[in-house]
Design a protein around this ligand. Structure first.
Ligand code: EPU
Length: 423
């Protein structure tokens, strides 16, 4: 297994380009199953999760052509199987989102239940209830969901019990091919949902309200081919900005979307960063200062994203003052805390592990560390950057799921980081 070796103490300085959003691209790859004609998705990041989704589509018999610039062309009409096997779904929950499109387009689907994961149990009850509201007949056996429909799915009324990104996206794409109108209430409002709705509308879908809590979908008889460019990855952008702030550095991120990072930018300003932005560039300058601690609560968009919680804790670990970080999306998303404490951080968990109290220390100390989730792992890279001595981050296949060329991007900012290949 590959590891990352990080020599701490470098102030990050320079420029990088944001990659396309993993969590948009993954859902578009699933939604491509709805089309009768080839669709082309561009600005797709070169990541393990994307490769897993391509493998899943290929296992269904779908022709997928990827060029050297990661433009992905998908021909859904070559499909031969409607079964998504456990091996592919267990490694990545987003695979579950092929269920609705297969059902809506081909009237049948058999998809393995994803099960829990490192950051919590993550059930799919909201997805299944939504599909049933559209007339799907759902049966569970042997760890698989088997869904069928009596003729076309029918538009319906879906009320989500709480904000669910995957649930909102899954039902939205499925309803695009259902007969009649679907109204979804209490929807999640993340930018990736808006991006997916734009993609579906380019395919001929009729979706209104994405980005608000009520989405209306006028189902259409068929969806055609289109090409679409994925939005910038706000979590990746935020990760580099936080890393720069933690090191007292100065970093410019191009191809970014500042609109999607308003709260993050405002928290980094609170930490002492000078941030300037244009439509697609964000520049952060800490002028060599130690960051100030910032307290926050993670919550659905537009609030502070859970996907940047671990990274901000790494910054707070070396900031001036004490902060309180409360996680409200996932039950078990503080595993980085124990690893950071091994590096000399002073972080205490409270309230059934829902809140971290971070007392900033001047420096951390390098150590061998590991984590079993993507964002926790990258937060340990940030911790390594602000530690004295060497840090080795193990199990970085998690990082490879979501960060394109992380060592090259950090090296370009001056970081002392390299991959150690497994023996
Ligand atoms: N939940 C349920 N039932 C459901 C669906 C969700 O109980 O049917 C719970 C989850 O267990 C969780 C909460 O509701 O506690 C929110 O889950 P949500 O459905 O919003 O998350 P998701 O769709 O599974 C996506 C991202 C995550 C990101 C969350 C929250 C993708 C592929 N994943 O997950 O990204 O943290 O939204 O913003 O889009 C990551 O990229 O590292 C990552 C984990």
């Amino acid at each position: 297994m590959d590891r990352l070796l990080i020599g701490g103490g470098v102030v990050l300085k320079g420029e990088l380009r944001a990659s396309g959003a993993k969590n948009s691209a993954l859902k578009m790859l699933a939604a491509a199953l709805l089309a009768d004609e080839p669709v082309v998705i561009s600005n797709v990041p070169h990541l393990r999760d994307i490769t897993t989704m391509i493998e899943l589509l290929a296992s269904l018999g779908v022709e997928v052509v990827v060029d050297e610039k990661m433009n992905i062309e998908i021909h859904a009409n070559t499909i031969k199987s409607f079964r998504a096997p456990y091996d592919l779904v267990k490694t990545m929950r987003a695979s579950f989102n092929v269920l609705g499109p297969l059902l809506a387009h081909y009237g049948q689907a058999e998809v393995s239940l994803p099960g829990g994961c490192a950051i919590g149990p993550r059930p799919v009850d909201q997805h299944l209830r939504g599909l049933e509201a559209l007339g799907a007949k759902i049966e569970m056996s042997d760890g698989y969901v088997r869904a069928t429909s009596n003729g076309r799915l029918k538009g319906g009324h879906v009320y989500f019990d709480f904000s669910t990104v995957g649930g909102t996206e899954h039902i939205m794409m499925t309803a695009a091919l259902a007969e009649g109108v679907t109204v979804m209430e209490n929807c999640a409002r993340e930018p990736e949902i808006v991006d997916l709705a734009e993609f579906l509308n380019k395919m001929g879908g009729q979706i209104e309200g994405a980005g608000t809590d009520t989405i209306t979908i006028h189902g259409v008889d068929s969806l055609k081919g289109c090409s679409h460019r994925v939005i910038a990855d706000r979590v990746e952008t935020g990760t580099y900005l936080i890393a720069a702030a933690a090191t007292g550095g100065c970093v410019k991120v191009r191809n970014a979307n500042p609109e999607h990072l308003e709260v993050v930018i405002s928290k980094l300003r609170e930490a002492g960063a000078n941030i300037t932005q244009t439509d697609d560039v964000i520049e952060l300058d800490m002028a060599g200062k130690r960051p100030q601690s910032v307290s926050l609560v993670t919550a659905p968009y537009p609030a502070f994203p859970t996907d940047l919680q671990a990274q901000i804790i790494a910054m707070n670990a070396v900031a001036e003052g004490t902060s309180t970080i409360r996680e409200t999306i996932f039950e078990n998303r503080f595993m980085h805390v124990h690893e950071m404490n091994r590096m000399g951080a002073n972080i205490r968990l409270e309230g059934k592990n829902t809140t971290a109290i971070v007392k900033g220390v001047r420096r951390l100390t390098g150590a061998p560390v590991m984590a079993n989730d993507l964002r926790a792992s990258v937060s340990l890279v940030i911790a390594g950057l602000v530690a004295d001595g060497d840090t080795i981050v193990d199990r970085i296949y998690h990082i490879d799921r979501g960060y394109e060329q992380i060592e090259e991007k950090l090296q370009n900012l001056g970081a002392n980081i390299r991959r150690i290949a497994s023996e």
